[in-house]
Design a binder for this molecule. Structure first.
Ligand SMILES: CCCSCc1cc(N)cc2c(=O)[nH]c(N)nc12
Length: 373
């Protein structure tokens, strides 16, 4: 444990990096995958189970928690860590992205965004200053700048204007965050798929100075090939000695490709959301447990996996409880998926430290079937 926030880069292999982010609430081994706990819960998981999968940090959402139960109520109850019984680090997103993707009747101005709650239609206003206040009330260990993320495809003018607005909001976020020892503020690079715009964004963020830097504006419909093209240059535009966080990514092969290109942290709802819809990610590919072929299969999802689902239950059982819409279905498949995602991260950390990332990556891709297995 440490009273301050710092990043210790331990080893590199090509562009891939492994290290440790030190925070007062614990260390985060990188590359790190961060489960998403949107409304103060990683859906279908107890916090102890999330920790058992190997997660060092999870995510919360300013947008959802400001609407329900409100940041002020969570603050009165001791903050988000106590509220949700998670004593390790928490990163919170700043809310702007979720406003644009979830709320109704939004109005975007220089000041911020005004919107109607998707829950009860009540009107709300988010600015960089209010987002910093909410994330402070939540007790977030890693705070994200308030930004605007344009949906792709978008024309270059829209992307440039949006990026420039986000950089002005980044300065306001920095000014409002103040000096909070042991807490970190991350800037978010924008600029769509444009290398020059992303370069300008990175320069603006460097000038403001942050504890970490996110690659934003991706995983918004561009596809893996376009995302990797951006990741071939964007991480290198960011400071080498600070954590690099790719927001909203992704499938296992997205994650491996991002780490290969210099990303240290990622988050995605995929493993938990897919767990609830019957999709299990394994080292040989995806298992859609609702498929009738699993109805009599006594084998585990993945014979090499040590998670509770693979250690104690057959595909036949998992098929049955999914079809029967039993709660244990989402619990077991979510646990399996988060466990598998953490195994991928642990494997990459070890491989990078040993200078063997290329061999690990080749083994990761070998034998992965396309489609359902
Ligand atoms: C809890 C969810 C965190 S990631 C959400 C997210 C996802 C993606 N894909 C992009 C962005 C972005 O550009 N900015 C912000 N603030 N958030 C983004």
């Amino acid at each position: 444990m440490t009273a301050t926030f710092s990043f210790d880069l331990k080893a590199t292999d090509g562009k891939a990096r492994t290290g440790v982010i030190n925070t007062p609430r614990g260390d985060i081994r990188t590359p790190a995958f961060m489960p998403v706990g949107t409304a103060a819960t990683v859906k279908a998981m107890m916090p102890e189970s999330v920790a058992a999968t190997g997660a060092d940090i999870l995510l919360g959402n300013t947008y959802h928690l400001m609407l329900r139960p409100t940041a002020e109520r969570i603050d009165r109850l001791g903050g988000l860590h106590q509220f949700m019984n998670w004593d390790k680090p928490i990163l919170t997103d700043s809310g702007g992205f979720q406003v644009m993707s979830l709320s109704d009747l939004r109005k975007l101005t220089e000041e911020g965004v005004t919107f109607k709650s998707h829950i009860d239609g009540s009107r709300h206003h988010l600015t960089p200053e209010r987002s910093m206040e909410i994330q402070k009330l939540l007790g977030s260990d890693i705070v994200m700048c308030f930004d605007e993320c344009p949906a792709l495809p978008a024309d270059r003018k829209r992307i440039q204007e949006s990026m420039e607005l986000s950089m002005r909001w980044a300065q306001r976020s920095r000014d409002a965050f103040g000096d909070r020892p042991g807490h970190a503020l991350f800037g978010i690079q924008q600029g769509g798929l444009e290398e020059d715009l992303r370069g300008r964004s990175a320069e603006a963020l460097r000038a403001i100075e942050f504890d970490g830097y996110a690659v934003g504006g991706l995983a918004v419909g561009e596809g893996q090939e376009a995302m990797f093209k951006v990741l071939d240059f964007a991480p290198d535009q960011l400071p080498v000695d600070k954590p690099r966080y790719l927001m909203g990514v992704g499938k296992p092969d997205d994650i491996v490709g991002a780490v290969k290109r210099g990303i240290d942290m990622m988050d995605c709802v995929l493993p938990s959301r897919s767990g609830r819809t019957g999709q299990a990610f394994t080292r040989r590919g995806v298992v859609n447990i609702k498929n009738a072929r699993h109805a009599d299969d006594p084998r585990p999802l993945d014979a090499e996996c040590t998670c509770p689902a693979c250690s104690n239950y057959s595909r036949a059982y998992l098929h049955h409880v999914f079809r029967a819409q039993e709660m244990i279905s989402g619990m077991l498949l979510t646990w399996h998926n988060l466990h598998y995602f953490q195994e991928i991260m642990a494997g990459m950390r070890t491989a990078i430290a040993a200078g063997a990332f290329a061999d690990w990556e080749a083994d990761f891709h070998a034998g992965r079937a396309k489609g359902d297995i």
